[in-house]
Ligand binder design. Structure first.
Ligand code: ADP
Ligand code: MG
Length: 401
């Protein structure tokens, strides 16, 4: 049996020659340890850099691409393609026989939901053949191909999904996601300077992290790995740190009930006032109208004559038009942030919410709304208090280094 290891390198990891040399080191290390690496790459660099996907899009502009989804996906697949070839050359210099592959060539078959395609199946024969010849496949992340040959893309952060899918289909020993931080931290290190590394975390907790705004890994990738029970490891291309290992158990020994904090910005709290709530029909109608118009809502509180919930700021125009059309009264607070305090050990432990609210109140931060589940407590706060709220809570639960 071949010991297969999927190694995914994000945009910053492949952005310049110095970093690409470090990527080569990680691949060589895997080979030395007896693994057969399958490499997945993102487009080179972030927004503003020449081969980043956003830059490619700006060549023709959003308006054209919005109306020409086929062209849009074709263009958006280019950044990753360039990466596969550039990375292959870097490996070639180290005498490694790398083979660059488009998503479709690597067997990623998708539906035709352009811009946000779903993978129907993964055909592993080509990759397996390459591995048997001792070659290293370098797969373009974030893309696939429809049954009838159109290039599709998998949505933002889609390279993580490619890596997890290949890991599952190839029954890999593990999937390594390489990025520019040491692993999953107790908070975004760009916001909290003393955020500490989480060494072990459960699929459930990391799913919450990813789903609630931490872009360090795509939530779909977590789901896929969890289903196949394949270990996921988040690592830093730039260091030799062991990173964060994600498994079904997580860290059951930790004394801290909170694992970490993340947030989603640009949320809007709305309050819809219904004149007549007879037989609860009108509010059901309200939620149906929103669903039919693809406005997703959360933090929902239902009272007899008012319904309070949040929507994404970008859905506001659509929301406002609907409310006017249906003659419904509403008020709103724009630009809020939904802070998510995550920890599967908070289950059944009293006083966590009180502790959170006390800390925020001491920090003079207004809490507009709260909600909770077994693993997460959410607090909606004014956008300008986002960083302060995260820092205050991070300190309160002593998550720092
Ligand atoms: P890549 O290009 O490698 O996919 P991303 O930008 O998608 O990288 O994800 C890495 C970034 O995620 C980090 O630079 C960090 O700022 C951000 N991030 C947000 N929340 C967290 C967190 N809790 N732990 C680690 N990184 C986080
Ligand atoms: Mg990413």
């Amino acid at each position: 049996m071949m010991k297969i290891l999927v190694q995914k390198f994000g945009g910053t990891s492949v952005s310049d020659e110095k970093r690409r040399k470090l990527v080569v080191k990680k691949i060589i290390k895997a080979k030395k340890e007896g693994y057969y690496p399958v490499v997945v790459v993102s487009a080179m660099g972030r927004k503003g850099q020449p081969y980043a996907t956003d830059t490619l899009r700006s060549l023709v502009g959003d308006e054209f691409l919005g109306q020409n989804i086929l062209a849009s996906d074709l263009l958006m697949s280019c950044g990753e393609l360039i990466s596969t070839v550039v990375m292959s050359k870097e490996l070639y210099k180290s005498k490694i026989n790398a083979v660059p592959l488009m998503g479709g060539q690597a067997g990623i078959v998708t539906d035709k939901e352009f811009n946000n395609a779903s993978v129907i199946r993964v055909e592993t024969n080509k990759i397996l053949d390459l591995l048997k010849e001792d070659k290293v496949p370098i797969v373009a992340g974030f893309q696939g191909q429809s049954e009838d040959g159109f290039i599709t893309t998998l949505g933002r952060g889609g390279s993580d999904v490619t890596a997890a899918l290949l890991g599952a289909a190839l029954n890999a020993k593990s999937v390594e996601i390489y990025t520019d931080v040491d692993g999953i931290m107790t908070a975004d290190p760009r916001i909290v300077s003393d955020a500490s590394l989480i060494e072990e975390i459960s699929y459930n907790e990391v799913f919450q992290f990813a789903d609630q705004g931490a872009k360090v890994i795509h939530p779909r990738a977590v789901e896929i790995a969890m289903k196949s029970n394949i270990p996921l490891v988040i690592k830093n291309t730039l260091t030799d740190c062991d990173g964060t290992t994600i498994s079904s158990v997580g860290n059951s020994n930790s004394k801290n009930v909170i694992t970490g904090i993340t947030h989603m910005s640009d949320r809007m709290q709305v309050n819809v006032q219904l004149k007549d709530n007879s037989e609860n029909k009108s509010y059901r109608r309200l939620f149906n109208i929103l669903a039919d118009n693809f406005i997703s809502i959360d933090l929902i509180n239902v009272f007899p004559t008012e319904k309070i919930f949040t929507i994404d700021d970008k859905d506001f125009d659509k929301f406002e038009a609907l409310m006017k059309e249906k003659d419904l009264k509403y008020s709103y607070v724009k630009g809020c942030s939904k802070i998510a305090i995550i920890g599967s050990r908070m289950r059944g432990i009293p006083g966590v919410m009180a502790k959170i609210l006390n800390a925020l109140s001491r920090g003079d931060i207004e809490v507009l709304q709260t909600a909770d589940s077994h693993t997460t407590i959410w607090c909606l706060v004014p956008g300008e208090d986002t960083k302060k709220a995260i820092k205050v809570l991070h300190d309160e639960f002593e998550l720092g280094v």
